[in-house]
Design a protein. Structure first.
Length: 182
C-alpha cells in the first residue's frame, strides 16, 4: 500500500521546553514526551521502509499577521523554526523519501505545494502526526478530507498546548473529516 506520513510542526518552538509555544509547560511533560516518542517511532518506521515523509514546518516572516493572535514563533531561519533534534532532522535533507514544506498558515495546503506533492505521490493512505492538534493538525486534516484522502491520525502522536482543544479536535477530525483516530 502506498502511504505518506505527514509530520506537522515538530519544531523547537512547539516541542522543546524552551520553545515560545511549547506544549509541555501548559500540559505536562509526560503528554509532550508521549507525542514526541510516537512521532519518532512513526518516522523511524517510514524511514526503514523507504516510505514518503512530508514534514510541514511553520516558517514565518518577522512581521507575520499571525503574531496578532500568537506570540512570534517559528520565524524563518531561527532555532525555533527547526525540527527537534530527537527526530534527526539531518536525515530529511539526505533522503529522497522525505521533503520539508515550509508553511505560513495553519493548513499545510495554504500557499504551499502540498496538494501537488500528494497528487504526484497518489497515496492510498495519509497518516498524520504532530502539533498542535487543534490548529495546524486539524486544519491540515480538513484539507486532506476535502481532497478525499483516507486519513489516519495517531492519537498518541499529536499534542496541543490546550488539552480541551486537543480533545475537541480529535472528535472533529473523526466525526466531521472521517479520519480514523488510531
Amino acid at each position: 500500500m502506498k502511504k505518506v506520513l505527514i509530520v506537522v510542526d515538530m519544531l523547537n518552538d512547539f516541542c522543546h521546553k524552551d520553545g515560545v509555544l511549547a506544549i509541555s509547560p501548559v500540559t505536562n511533560d509526560v503528554y509532550a514526551k508521549t507525542a514526541i516518542d510516537t512521532v519518532k517511532t512513526k518516522v523511524e518506521e517510514y524511514r526503514s521502509n523507504n516510505d514518503i515523509i512530508i514534514w510541514l514546518a511553520d516558517s514565518h516572516a518577522k512581521d507575520d499577521k499571525e503574531f496578532d493572535r500568537f506570540p512570534p514563533h517559528a520565524i524563518k531561519d531561527t532555532w525555533g523554526a527547526q525540527v527537534i533534534d530527537e527526530l534527526r532532522p539531518d536525515e530529511i535533507e539526505k533522503s529522497t523519501f522525505e521533503m520539508l514544506i515550509p508553511k505560513t498558515r495553519y493548513s499545510g495546503f495554504y500557499g504551499t505545494d502540498l496538494e501537488y506533492q500528494l497528487m504526484r505521490i497518489n497515496p492510498e493512505l495519509v497518516e498524520v502526526v504532530g502539533v498542535c492538534t487543534s490548529i495546524c493538525v486539524m486544519d491540515t486534516v480538513g484539507g486532506l478530507a476535502n481532497r478525499d484522502y483516507n486519513i489516519n491520525v495517531y492519537k498518541d502522536g499529536v499534542a496541543d498546548f490546550d488539552p480541551a482543544g486537543h480533545e475537541v479536535a480529535l472528535g472533529r477530525m473523526e466525526g466531521l473529516y472521517g479520519a480514523k483516530i488510531v
